[in-house]
Every structure is written in structure tokens, then in C-alpha cells.
Design a protein around this ligand. Sequence first.
Ligand SMILES: [Zn+2]
Length: 75
Amino acid sequence: MIDYPDGFSNEWREYTMKDKDFPETIIYTDKERIACTGEANDHPRVYYTVPEVGFVVCGYCDIKFARKKPDELSG
Ligand SMILES: [Zn+2]
């Protein structure tokens, strides 16, 4: 069992477990706004707001963007 710091919700753990069952491309960022152009720059540049909990999925290429874990931010 993994103990997440305060402020980390069950929702996040759920997503994390789903990712292990169904490996997909997921990019962790400490930025609130990201731009995606596809893994091989194969779609127009689109901007997304990364939620603090969970992730946002690019509508073009299905890449997921999620916030870095708090302990990674401070390190
Ligand atoms: Zn994309």
C-alpha cells in the first residue's frame, strides 16, 4: 500500500491503479497549462488545463497529462 501525502485524494489512487492495469501514455507535469502536439508532432498544437486531481486526456492522441506528485515537486 502506498501512502500519499495529505491532499492526495482517493480519486488519484484510482486513476493510478487503472494506469497499471491498462498502460497508456501519461505525462506528469508541474504546470497547470500544457500544450500537446502529439508524440510525433502529428496533430495541431492544442492547450489543456491539467487538473490538480486526476488527468486530462488529449482529444487528438489520447496522451494523458497529470500533475506531479507533491513529493516530486519539492525534490
Ligand atoms: Zn495530443
